[in-house]
Each structure stands twice: as C-alpha cells, then as structure tokens.
Design a binder for this molecule. Structure first.
Ligand SMILES: NC(=O)c1ccc[n+]([C@@H]2O[C@H](COP(=O)([O-])OP(=O)(O)OC[C@H]3O[C@@H](n4cnc5c(N)ncnc54)[C@H](OP(=O)(O)O)[C@@H]3O)[C@@H](O)[C@H]2O)c1
Length: 235
C-alpha cells in the first residue's frame, strides 16, 4: 500500500489528502493543534486515513508533504525531516508571514528560503500555484491538467512528479529552486492560469470552477512568466 504523510490539514493539505485517498494511498495528516483536532477530517477521509503528530506524519511515507504557512517552517522539528525529500506547497504572503528581506529583495526565491530553513532536506516545489478548490476540480484522469515541479535534485523531482501523477495531474519540469519564481504569486504561471474565466477569478475566485491546462500550454505560460516585484506585494 502506498503511504503519504501530510503536514498541514488546511485548504491545501486536506485537498491533497482527499486526492491521495482517492488514489489508494494510506494517509497520515498532522497539524499544529494535534491529532485530536483532526477527527472530522479523518472521519471524512475514511479508514485509510489517520491523524498523527508532525514527527509521525513526516515518517509515515516516502516523501512528506508540507502544506503549512512559511512561518511554520521555522517551528518544524528539523531532525524529523533530515535527509528527506519534501514536497512543499508553500508561498510567501507578507500579510501572514511578515516581511522577509531576502524575498523582498529577490535575493532568493521562496523555495530557496524554505531550503535554507530546512537545510538537510531536498525541497521540491509543487501544488503551490493552484488554488485549493481547483485541485479536486482539475485532478482528472481524462482531461489532464499539468502542475509545475521545481527542485535542484533531478531524482527527487522525478519522485515527486510521480506522486503528483498518481494524484491526477501531469507535470512540467519548472527547473531549479532558483527558477521557481516563475510560478510564484503574481508571476505569469500562478493560480489564475487554472481559472475558467480570468475576469471571474479576479472578482470571485472561489466561484471559478477551473479549466484544464495541458502540458504544452503550461510550458508556454512558464516560458513567458515574469519575475514578480515581491517587495510591492500587499497581501
Ligand atoms: N489555500 C490555497 O489555495 C493555496 C494554494 C497554493 C499554495 N498555498 C500555500 O500552501 C501552504 C498551506 O496553505 P493553506 O491554504 O492550506 O493554509 P491553511 O488553510 O491556513 O492551513 C495551514 C495548516 O498548517 C498547519 N500548521 C501551521 N503551523 C504548523 C506547524 N508548526 N506544525 C504543523 N502544522 C502547522 C495548520 O494547523 P492548524 O490547523 O492546527 O492551525 C493548518 O492545518 C501555504 O504556504 C500557502 O501559501 C495555498
């Protein structure tokens, strides 16, 4: 039986957990409040899901998923992740994470910052450029949508891509962690690319039902993406 541990039970963590259950994984999920706070989600996910603490979830599967705010990376038990490849969904939102000089000055990307915070790991970035409610709408075995995967280690990136494939998405190699600005917020390959209507998404993103983005289209969008002015970010 395939296994996956997910740290973060919010919008993204729960969405990935639902896909994993549908794809026949056993799932362990953790959050900051502890396993007892996860009863409703575990009941919804069913008998192949269980709650755990962060350490247990990190150890549960081959590649732990981190679906937590950027501020949480500093509070994670680093030894529990040492030596591991991590699928990271994180983004930098200054209103939530506080202003981070290295990111505002474009010295490094958010993914590189995460790698600095968890130095003995191999960070691979995926699922960070799609809004949570589009994930179940676009995970599809027939009308395949592609997601971007970035990382510095080719083998780790291939392993994460394989997981993303089993969860219902094609993948496009988006290069290294340094290249991952190409699908950060406000770049040309962020969440709006998966919208059924760009105007509708801007006015009420939660009402947008999403539209498939196949591999070739995603490659085109990535090629013309632009580096965002992170210091000007207001959210
Ligand atoms: N929401 C989206 O559409 C979206 C899309 C793409 C990427 N992202 C990014 O993905 C990440 C997760 O976003 P989200 O929307 O899922 O966030 P969220 O709904 O706020 O959920 C965050 C989760 O992280 C957990 N958490 C926080 N600190 C933790 C810690 N120290 N140890 C363990 N768990 C901790 C929280 O636990 P508690 O529940 O116990 O507080 C919560 O379950 C963020 O970086 C976000 O920017 C989000």
């Amino acid at each position: 039986m395939k296994r996956i541990g997910i740290i973060g039970s919010g919008a993204i963590g729960a969405a990935i957990a639902r896909l994993a259950i549908a794809a026949d994984y056993e799932v362990m999920i953790a959050n900051s409040r502890g396993p007892e706070s996860l009863t409703d989600l575990i009941d919804e996910l069913g008998s192949r899901a269980q709650a755990g603490d962060v350490r247990a979830a990190a150890a549960f599967g081959d590649i732990p998923v981190l679906a937590v705010p950027l501020t949480a990376y500093t509070n994670l038990p680093k030894d529990a992740f040492a030596g591991r490849t991590i699928l990271s969904t994180g983004n930098y939102y200054p209103y939530r994470d506080g202003r981070i000089l290295q990111l505002d000055t474009l010295e490094i990307t958010t993914a590189e910052y995460e790698q600095e915070l968890l130095p003995n790991t191999v960070i691979v970035k995926a699922f960070n450029n799609i809004v949570a409610h589009h994930i179940p709408l676009l995970a599809d075995s027939l009308r395949r949508t592609a997601l971007l995967v970035a990382g510095d280690d080719s083998e780790a990136k291939a392993r994460v891509s394989s997981i993303v494939n089993t969860l219902g998405f094609d993948t496009v190699d988006a290069g290294t962690l340094a290249d991952s600005w190409r699908f950060e917020p406000e770049s040309g390959a962020y969440t709006e690319i998966y919208a059924a209507s760009a105007d509708g998404f801007r006015s009420d993103y939660l009402a947008d039902r999403g539209a498939p983005v196949p591999v070739d289209r995603l490659r085109e969008l990535l090629a013309v993406s632009h580096r965002p002015d992170v210091a000007a970010r207001q959210y």
